[in-house]
Design a protein around this ligand. Structure first.
Ligand code: KG4
Ligand code: ZN
Length: 364
């Protein structure tokens, strides 16, 4: 549980609210239960008051991946205690909440239903409006809670376990898809390669750690679609190439061989992400890049993007490290920024739906 004082410097009219507005955000799209409370007043920036996160990673690790039914059941167990804790940490009461936001999609249907159900029930009991938020919009706007927030317009590189997309972002709710993966996501490529290296699930961070001792040039791995001329990605072939190398190394590879393969895999993924991001910036003529999603925590990716952007005269922004992975703060923030920007008018509702598949560029 954390107290927080980060703030988003996106200003807006506040959609008619005259008092300090408190938004409770609930994230439950996959294997993390996240709850957060943000607030703003008038022309003020959105501030994160407190947030809490419960990760189910250990539970799913035993199965080598997320088990949807177990995920839903665990969200049910965690969400209300987390909400209580967040309100206590923020020094607020449930009655102070003006708007409840929840992740409407994309994600696991059952897991989403838990957050949506709890969010709507809470809002109904308080006689307050409720808002379903796009998970990727949350990721995309999360750098607005950092100490170095971006300014619109920018190119966004969204790199999570389920998505790899380049977006042109003109403002809140103004998203144009520039390119995306045609098969595995970057996080999936990290996770599947990590699994082949015996690093458990999700293995992105573990692979990055092992890679620190390795030589990124030791194995010549493919950079799929690097020269495709467009902004799409493909990572399925990389996983197959890693599998081939693992088989070649046999039953007991040396620690150095494993580290070299981890480093070479990471280098291949990072190389493609960096080069396509720079191409997106060139093609769109924009000079600001925002990186979001779990893979955005990767140190090599950050270092290489920093270097490439410095050379190109581009400013690059990341979420705070603890807000890279799924969390409730980004959901509360996205709801607040949508309301501020006049993109959405939250309403009282006794019904809800979820959207397990939902394209970000389809929302307005
Ligand atoms: O955004 P996120 O928390 O969840 C989704 O919406 O998918 O992203 C999770 C992904 C996983 O694939 C995880 O392995 C990856 O982010 N990840 C990393 C690192 N930390 C998390 N990948 C590479 N390096 C890291 N340090
Ligand atoms: Zn996510």
């Amino acid at each position: 549980m954390q107290r927080a004082n980060s703030h988003a410097r996106c200003r807006g009219a506040g959609a008619g609210y005259t008092h300090r507005v408190h938004v409770l955000g609930i994230e439950s799209s996959c294997d993390e239960t996240g709850v957060a409370l943000v607030c703003w007043q008038g022309d003020e920036s959105v501030r994160l008051l407190a947030h809490g996160l419960y990760s189910q990673v250990e539970m799913h690790d035993a199965y080598g991946g997320v088990v949807p039914e177990l995920a839903s059941r665990d969200h049910i167990r965690r969400v209300l205690p987390l909400a209580r804790q967040v309100l206590a940490d923020a020094g607020r009461r449930l009655a102070d909440v003006d708007l409840v936001a929840y992740t409407r999609g994309p994600g696991l249907a059952g897991a989403l239903l838990v957050g949506a159900g709890v969010g709507c029930a809470l809002a109904a009991s308080l006689d307050k409006p409720v808002l379903g938020v796009h998970h990727l919009e949350g990721h995309l706007l999360s750098p607005f809670l950092s100490t170095d927030p971006p300014r619109f317009p920018f190119v966004a590189l969204l790199v999570s376990g389920g998505h790899t997309q380049l977006m042109k972002v003109q403002g809140v709710g103004q998203y144009v898809l520039l390119g995306e993966t045609i098969d595995d996501a970057a996080g999936e490529a990290f996770d599947k390669s990590a699994k082949l290296l015996g690093l458990g699930y999700p293995g992105g961070a573990a692979l990055a750690q092992l890679a620190q001792q390795g030589d990124p040039r030791a194995f010549a791995l493919p950079r799929p679609l690097l020269h495709s001329g467009d902004l799409d990605f493909s990572f399925a072939g990389l996983k197959t190439a890693v599998l081939t190398q693992v088989r070649k190394l046999g039953a007991s590879p040396s620690p150095q061989q494993r580290a070299d393969l981890a480093a070479s895999t990471q280098a291949a993924i990072v190389d493609v992400l960096v080069r396509k991001s720079m191409r997106a910036l060139r093609d769109s003529g924009l000079s600001c890049l925002v990186v979001a999603g779990g893979v955005g925590a990767n140190v090599q990716l950050r270092q290489q993007l920093d270097a490439a952007c410095a050379e190109a005269g581009v400013r690059v922004h990341y979420p705070e490290l603890h807000l890279c992975s799924d969390n409730g703060a980004m959901i509360a923030l996205a709801a607040a920024m949508r309301v501020q920007a006049g993109r959405t008018k939250p309403e009282r509702s006794l019904t809800f739906d979820v959207k397990p598949r939902w394209a970000l560029d389809s929302i307005g």
